[in-house]
Design a protein around this ligand. Structure first.
Ligand code: ADP
Ligand code: MG
Length: 636
């Protein structure tokens, strides 16, 4: 599914390459003609080489000059080439015209090469999209009918056969299968899905036949949104790039000024001949241009972003990729992040005078409006009981939830929160809660009006990979790993011990989490926060890098976080970090290479030990070198 504008881009790369080749052929013929003494032919062929090879750069350079009143390197190149040609005609030193043509040729070749390099990162991201189907099999009046995806409507029923791609985001209404979600999450291990579960466009159906109901328009499917995000990431220049671009503009003006001075002053100061002076001034224009510097950052970051996208790691922009390489401290949310968040009711202890059913029913009635994992667990546990949804429900993030059930105010939440509403927390229940918390269970209190009905202990499993994931992060140089939770101290410490974090902060409200991130930033500068993106939004926003995980489905996380891990796997954090470190190191290397070349060529030119073609080769060579070096980030 290529968009028209991509197609024009493709043909553009193509014309660039053809222009470069034509320019090369004309240059060769011109050189040959000059050698054989056919001056007339040479003066016909060489200008043609100039026009064909330099047309695109001249057009771009002039557009920038006219529209933005800015000089860019394209224009400098053309001026240098024309200068060489002019000098050649004037002094009847026709080899200078060849020098100028070589400049144009090499500039055209490297332009085509860079275009190709950019296209590779683009293609790499497009490969996400190649996984999407064009058609779907719809059931209409009992008949299967093949229709284009764009004609699918919400409510349509579609059929997916074994081994086929899922055409659009939909919910399974019958059937059972294993689904390979690698296209979205980067995880190639298939997962089992059945009735009621959501499947995503671009994922691969396993052995079962599935009937699906389309529940959202195809254009807002997860993979489409992911592709849009990655495209936006490509378009937004990170601060380092913006800095270099601002620098380039000022620098280009400086080069022109310096070039002019170099073309005028040396005969008076050092007694250079005019010919040598102008030739060196032209070479100066070429070698001093910051092309390589300009190409040091973006190709690298784009390659990194593309690589991440293929592994189910979405960087919202290049800046976040760079930032991820600098992280020195990481804060993890507990519930749903270090733990699986697939929580279950472990035990219900009623207060005297009440039954377990009373406790569960009241709790479920308010929790049925909650998005919190605890709420889900309670509703699930009460599914066989008879209760109705509470009204006027209000969730207080990090504390609990209240609502009206059977005309009574019903409160579910942690001890501190419930204590504000009731007269006493019975001693025997407090003791029981304490024991459960030491085992790592989360205990919530249920009260009605001012009376405690009982407590519910919730069990949550620590993720199996948590310990290894944290060890990997330490190996990558993270100095401080902390856990933040709204849960109580005892439960928190139990989990912390199991996974091996450095510090634990418990009984936090969402805004407390933000303050802790702030404090960590003062100590460690670059701090990442990993959360589920729903109740951790303030902390995610405060962190230098906010990472949301396991969100194949949740919109909020996709919007608020800087980095989104599509798979529900903690190891991906280390992968993202490693990628960030590689990107950072490559950018640094590139800048050093670019600057070294500029300095060396400038010195060589000043001493007269390089000619124009060598200057151009060094200059363009270093530009292509840093671009290709950036492309290494495409590799895993
Ligand atoms: P975490 O920081 O571990 O993700 P939260 O900040 O979401 O936890 O919640 C902190 C505590 O507040 C929970 O451990 C629980 O005791 C209480 N709580 C929050 N929301 C609810 C809810 N919907 N029902 C019951 N208790 C809740
Ligand atoms: Mg949470």
């Amino acid at each position: 599914m290529l968009y028209p504008q991509r197609l024009t881009q493709l043909t553009k790369e193509h014309t660039d390459a053809v222009a470069a080749i034509l320019c090369g052929v004309l240059l060769f013929l011109g050189w040959f003609a000059l050698h054989l003494g056919f001056l007339g032919w040479a003066l016909l062929l060489l200008p043609a080489a100039y026009v064909i090879g330099g047309y695109e750069s001249a057009r771009e350079g002039l557009t920038t000059l006219i529209k933005e009143k800015e000089l860019d390197v394209d224009l400098l190149m053309i001026v240098a080439a024309l200068g060489a040609a002019g000098l050649g005609l004037w002094r009847k030193e026709y080899h200078l015209i060849i020098d100028g043509a070589i400049l144009i040729l090499i500039f055209a070749i490297s332009g085509a090469l860079e275009g190709y390099a950019m296209q590779r990162t683009e293609r790499s991201i497009r490969s996400l999209m190649s996984l999407t189907q064009d058609t779907a099999r719809v059931l209409r009046l009992g008949q299967e009918e093949v229709v284009p995806i764009s004609q699918l409507k919400v409510g349509d029923e579609i059929v997916v056969k074994p081994g086929e791609l899922i055409p659009t985001d939909a919910v399974i209404i019958s059937g059972y299968s294993t689904i390979n979600q690698a296209a979205i999450t980067g995880e190639s291990l298939p997962i089992e899905k059945t009735i009621g579960e959501e499947v995503f466009a671009g994922t691969l159906n396993g052995y079962g036949a599935l009937h699906l109901k389309v529940h959202q328009p195809p254009e807002s499917s997860l993979i489409q949104r992911v592709i849009r995000l990655v495209e936006q990431a490509q378009d937004s220049a990170p601060p380092s790039q913006q800095f270099i671009e601002r620098f380039e503009r000022r620098y280009a003006r400086f080069i022109v000024l310096a070039g002019l001075l170099l073309a005028i002053l040396p005969p008076f100061i050092w007694g250079w001949s005019w010919e040598v002076t102008i030739y060196r001034a032209l070479t100066f224009l070429v070698v001093a241009s910051p092309c390589a510097l300009m190409a040091s950052i973006m190709p690298t970051l784009l390659s990194g972003i593309a690589n991440g996208a293929r592994q189910g790691i979405l960087f919202k922009n290049g800046a976040q990729l760079e930032m991820m390489g600098k992280v020195r401290a990481i804060a993890f949310d507990k519930t749903g992040t270090l733990t699986t968040g697939q929580v279950q009711v472990f035990k219900v202890i009623p207060n005297s005078g009440y039954s377990s059913e009373d406790v569960l029913k009241s709790a479920a009635s308010v929790e049925s409006s909650s998005e919190h994992p605890i709420g889900n667990a309670i509703v699930q546990a009460a599914s066989a009981l008879d209760w109705v949804k509470a009204v006027e429900v209000r969730a207080i993030p990090g504390q609990g939830i209240v609502g009206l059930y059977e005309h009574k105010q019903t409160i579910v939440g942690n001890a501190t929160f419930v204590k504000q509403h009731v007269t006493v927390l019975p001693d025997d229940l407090q003791d029981a809660a304490c024991l459960l918390e030491e085992e790592g269970k989360t205990v919530v209190w249920v009260a009605q009006e001012s009376v405690v009905l009982g407590v519910i202990a919730i069990a949550d499993l620590v993720r199996a990979e948590a310990t290894t994931a944290i060890a990997q992060l330490r190996k990558l140089g993270v100095q401080q790993i902390v856990m933040l939770t709204g849960d109580n101290q005892r439960t928190a410490h139990n989990v912390a011990q199991a996974v091996g974090v450095d510090r634990v902060y418990a009984e936090l409200l969402p805004e407390d989490k933000l303050h802790i991130i702030h404090r960590l930033q003062q100590e460690y500068h670059t701090v990442a926060m990993v959360g589920d993106g729903i109740n951790d939004a303030p902390a995610l926003a405060q962190a230098s890098v906010g990472i949301a995980m396991g969100v194949a489905g949740s919109d909020i996380a996709l919007e608020t976080a800087d980095i989104v891990l599509m798979a529900d796997r903690l190891e991906k954090i280390a992968v993202a970090m490693h990628l960030g470190q590689r990107a950072q190191a490559t950018v640094k290397q590139n800048i050093i290479i670019a600057l070294s070349f500029i300095v060396l060529l400038l010195i060589g030119n000043f001493l007269g030990s390089i000619n124009l073609p060598i200057g151009v080769i060094g200059h363009e060579g270093s530009t292509v070198m840093v671009t290709l070096s950036g492309l290494r980030l495409l590799r895993k």
